[in-house]
Design a protein around this ligand. Structure first.
Ligand code: ATP
Length: 328
């Protein structure tokens, strides 16, 4: 869709009334036949638009795609999601968002894709991103904090997604797996990947990439054992635009609060309550070493508190955690 078609769609979706062709001509500086052409393009995209002589145009059915016009009615925040750039397909929304952030896109801008052909998790691992079913989006943040605080954002975002999911699907009971995933019954439903551009004392921007498996009815064999979707867990289909807006609505106030604090202290009880690893025996793979012990909490800085066999409690700031066995 070209920019003007998107703008006309946004305009049509911004109210419930009919909009006259003349007002659209006037607002966008185009002719009647150009308006008609854009309406035709929108219909071809799946939008149902009624045209009534003497009244104008009315958008009567949406497509369920996470485009700005469909997300906006659910947004309640001040900044997050005010600008949403949608791609039917892209390599990776994080790459697109980093480029936009580098060009000065404001905080709260979102890049969303219907599918990704180069979606990535940590360490460049593939994030399976088929079209039409899930959410893949990246939010641009510009926190005025030293870069050492930025890794805390991954857990903050996990809390926001957790809260949004609990509202939309109360029986789901997702758990947060430190540091960047949400799981349901041991299977991954959602992953978060934060990337930043910074200097030690200054963060230029952070791109928060989020993938949520929403309406996927079958996982591909390579991840079937470890991945799940909202549909697979609840038997229900969810509106992707509504879920995207819910995540942003929950994240914005949390983020604002985090900026006022020095750390994650204010959400530690929540994080520990829903932490999959809490009180579990784990092993943690780091680049050049392997740690093991019992998780006794999450530190204010977002590190995992690990009680080791020698009785010492250490703070682990990165790594891949694997459950060893449950402590009864
Ligand atoms: P792990 O999943 O082993 O804890 P990780 O948290 O570092 O590792 P990420 O980098 O967040 O994993 O995500 C990439 C991994 O997630 C892939 O290696 C694959 O196992 C799995 N994966 C890929 N696509 C999806 C998806 N759509 N849903 C759930 N899991 C996926």
């Amino acid at each position: 869709m070209n920019d003007l078609t998107v703008k006309i769609l946004n305009r049509l979706s911004s109210g419930n009334d009919f909009l006259s062709g003349e007002s659209l001509c006037h607002e966008f500086g185009i002719t009647r036949s150009a308006v008609w052409k854009h309406i035709g393009l929108l219909r071809a995209e799946g939008y149902q638009i009624d045209a009534v002589t003497g009244r104008g145009y009315h958008l009567s059915a949406l497509t369920g795609r996470p485009v700005e016009a469909e997300v906006r009615p659910f947004l309640t925040g001040e900044r997050f999601g005010k600008k949403i750039i949608y791609h039917p397909v892209t390599g990776s929304t994080n790459i697109q968002a980093k480029a936009l952030a580098g060009e000065g896109a404001p905080e709260g801008s979102v890049v969303v894709a219907d599918s990704q052909n180069g979606g990535r998790g940590r360490m460049g691992r593939i994030w399976v991103s088929p079209p039409g079913v899930n959410l893949y989006f990246s939010l641009i943040l510009r926190p005025e904090v030293p870069s050492i605080r930025v890794p805390q954002l991954t857990l903050l975002v996990a809390v926001a997604i957790h809260r949004a999911l609990c509202v939309l699907s109360p029986a789901l009971l997702p758990m947060i797996k430190w540091p960047n995933d949400l799981l349901v019954k041991g299977k991954k439903l959602c992953g978060v990947l934060c990337e930043m551009q910074s200097e030690p004392e200054m963060t230029h921007f952070v791109v928060v990439g989020i993938g949520i498996n929403v309406n996927q009815t079958k996982m591909p064999p390579e991840i079937e054992e470890r991945a799940t979707s909202l549909f697979l867990e609840s038997g229900q289909f969810f509106s992707r635009p509504e879920l995207l807006a819910f995540v942003l609505n929950h994240l914005e106030p949390l983020y604002n609060e985090w900026l006022l604090h020095d750390d994650l202290g204010f959400i530690l009880p929540y994080l520990e309550k829903y932490s999959l690893l809490q009180s579990k025996e784990v092993s943690i793979d780091q680049r050049n070493r392997n740690l093991s012990g019992t998780v006794v909490g999450i530190a204010r800085g977002g590190e995992l508190k690990l009680l080791c066999a020698d009785g010492q409690t250490i703070l682990v700031s990165s790594g891949e955690a694997h459950l060893r066995k449950e402590i009864s």
